[in-house]
Design a protein around this ligand. Structure first.
Ligand SMILES: CC(C)(COP(=O)(O)OP(=O)(O)OC[C@H]1O[C@@H](n2cnc3c(N)ncnc32)[C@H](O)[C@@H]1OP(=O)(O)O)[C@@H](O)C(=O)NCCC(=O)NCCS
Length: 174
């Protein structure tokens, strides 16, 4: 059976569902995100809502099964003039019941497609031991260019991250 879901950019009205899924992500996979549950759980809904881009190139894509948000992936462009050709993919998460059904890949593909219209370099960082996410990103063309040692600290445990890039610039004449 192939599961049915659709992907679209989140809108301000999605804020409650976005907050729920984001907090689930931070709680269940703390080593996969730079932010923490403790930092985000107390934030008022308006703050979360204000983080959903409504114009410009930045976006948070949501995967919906019927009307339920089951996955998400963010995209943001660097703000400084000399870095505006680069963007970063962030906050990739699929709720456990929906994993292994290609939702993650579809979300990452959506970010890549969207990014290719706004930047020429797309960056991402992934836990070095996070085989599922690494495989997803590598399969879709991301190349590792380094390791950030002790990138994330949770209590007394440090986690290394693999740094990735995807060159979106078409070769001349292509
Ligand atoms: C990483 C994550 C987003 C993948 O989502 P998903 O919807 O399960 O991914 P897909 O079904 O599209 O699978 C993508 C690839 O990951 C690999 N993969 C997925 N689940 C796997 C598993 N249980 N075991 C081994 N490989 C797995 C496969 O290579 C798969 O590609 P394939 O099916 O074409 O072989 C999801 O596992 C997740 O949310 N994890 C917790 C949060 C996280 O780690 N986020 C990434 C932060 S950088």
């Amino acid at each position: 059976m192939s599961a049915s879901f659709s992907i679209r950019p989140l809108r301000p009205a999605d804020a409650p569902a976005y907050r729920d899924l984001r907090l689930e992500a931070l709680q269940s996979s703390p080593e996969a995100f730079g932010s923490s549950y403790e930092e985000e759980a107390p934030l008022p809904l308006e703050t979360i809502q204000a983080r959903i881009p409504v114009s410009g190139p930045n976006a948070i894509f949501g995967a919906f099964a019927a009307d339920t948000l089951v996955g998400m992936a963010g995209f943001a462009v660097y703000e400084r003039v000399k870095a505006r050709h680069k963007g970063v993919m962030w906050g990739v998460f699929v709720t456990p019941e929906w994993r292994r059904q290609r939702v993650g890949k579809a979300l990452v593909r959506q970010v890549i497609d969207h990014a290719s219209r706004h930047v020429i370099m797309l960056e991402a960082a992934v836990g070095l031991t996070n085989e599922r996410a690494r495989r997803t990103y590598h399969d879709l063309g991301f190349k590792p260019y380094g390791i950030e040692h002790k990138a994330i600290r949770i209590g007394e445990v440090f986690h290394d991250e693999e740094l990735l890039y995807l060159d979106l610039q078409k070769p001349e004449g292509a």
